[in-house]
Design a protein around this ligand. Structure first.
Ligand code: CLR
Length: 363
């Protein structure tokens, strides 16, 4: 309209300080006291944190949100599944070489992100155990779910099971896709360089048509031959294979029709992976600075602030206990996922009306 002003959001393109060098700190000296403990209960020195909360980390799943727009535009369900699969995998890519521990969000903490084509709201809905819920929407799709990372400490490594269901809905097609993320392992807790491996099977189901995308995230294997590799198929509801997919969760995902795949495998058994030109690294290479989030550099200030917030959170919990009140998340409600019937957190709506009068003071 005439006379109206458009305010463009400003996103920073660089961070304010160099990443703090963790090399002088022994993670093991902290963790050895914690064998058997639940990891969310361990207080780690702030140097092991990255300057983001877990809610912000969840919002990173939106980096390739345009793939969902593509999925919506595709006219056939197999192409749609290809795009949804690419979206599901692409959201994991930002975990590459991210070995700092995100801050555990406070109970009731929220995080929102609004970009040109979508928006997302996240809330910490439970503190012990930590559960984070999110709801993202755009004109032609929505994406929601909850993550309840279960950490198991094995000594040399930490295994993380990201429990929870993820759902993509494409209302124009009357479709919903669901999946769960694969397990993740942080290696070299005692000595060496920390690195992250994701492995297991991801099964994405289109509940309207019965198509499934079944992807195997491989373990690194001998000489790291399969480092970060994924491989799998899209099948129809009768389990007939339609698409072959392969790639690396750190780099790319390619799809080919089953005919070409079989033809190729007849003449070049097990050679399709020569296709990727980049030499594979061994997962222990040095962290690329472009990926490494940095802090203002004030480690002591951060530690003080962390203590203050945790103390405040403890007091609030005590007060609630006295008053026999229960905590109720503000924007999400626990319930069964409508498609899988599995335990989930469902968005109750209203966040973007921006009426926060009854917001609790948690900071
Ligand atoms: C991996 C992808 C999953 C969701 C998920 C849950 C928990 C995250 C994990 C991801 C990545 C690694 C992670 C972890 C919590 C703590 C851990 C950030 C995002 C860090 C690396 C722990 C470092 C300190 C330990 C070595 C003690 O779908």
């Amino acid at each position: 309209r005439e006379g109206s002003v458009t305010i463009l959001p400003i996103f920073r393109t660089s961070l304010p300080a160099e990443q703090f060098q963790r090399n002088d700190f022994s993670l093991w000296s902290v963790l050895k006291q914690c064998i058997g403990k639940e990891l969310s209960k361990i207080t780690m020195p702030v140097v092991f944190n990255e300057p983001l909360s877990f809610l912000q980390r969840m919002a990173e799943y939106m980096e390739y949100a345009w793939l969902l727009e593509k999925a919506d535009q595709a006219q056939d369900p197999v192409t749609r599944m290809q795009y949804v699969t690419a979206f599901a995998v692409s959201g994991l890519a930002s975990n590459w070489e991210r070995v700092g521990k995100p801050f555990n969000p406070l109970l009731g903490e929220t995080y929102e992100l609004q970009r040109d084509n979508y928006r997302i709201v996240c809330e910490q809905v439970s503190h012990h155990p930590p559960v984070s819920a999110f709801y993202a929407d755009a004109e032609n799709w929505n994406f929601h779910g909850s993550i309840h990372p279960k950490l198991k400490f094995w000594g040399k490594s930490v295994e993380i099971q990201p429990k929870g269901v993820l759902t993509v809905e494409l209302p124009n097609h009357g479709e919903a896709y669901t999946w769960s993320n694969v397990n993740c392992c942080v290696h070299n807790i005692i000595v060496g360089k920390l690195w992250i491996e994701q492995y297991g099977t991801m099964e994405i189901t289109n509940h309207a048509t019965g198509h499934k995308s079944v992807l195997t995230f491989k373990t690194a294997g001998w000489f790291s031959k399969d480092l970060h590799r994924i491989e799998g198929f899209i099948m129809d509801k009768k389990k007939k294979k339609l698409t072959f997919m392969y790639g690396k969760w750190t780099e790319f995902l390619r799809a080919t029709d089953i005919g070409s795949y079989e033809e190729y495998m007849k003449t070049n058994p097990h050679k399709f992976r020569r296709n990727d030109k980049k030499k594979s690294d061994d997962g222990t290479g040095s962290a690329s600075p472009a990926h490494a989030p940095r802090k203002n550099g004030d480690i002591d200030g951060a530690a003080n602030e962390k203590n203050r917030l945790e103390e405040k959170q403890r007091e609030a919990r005590k007060a609630r206990k006295k008053g026999k009140e229960d905590w109720k998340p503000r924007w999400f409600e626990q319930g069964a996922n409508p498609f899988t019937r599995l335990d989930d957190w469902l968005y109750s709506g209203g966040y973007w009306d921006r009426n926060y009068e009854d917001a609790v003071d948690i900071f």
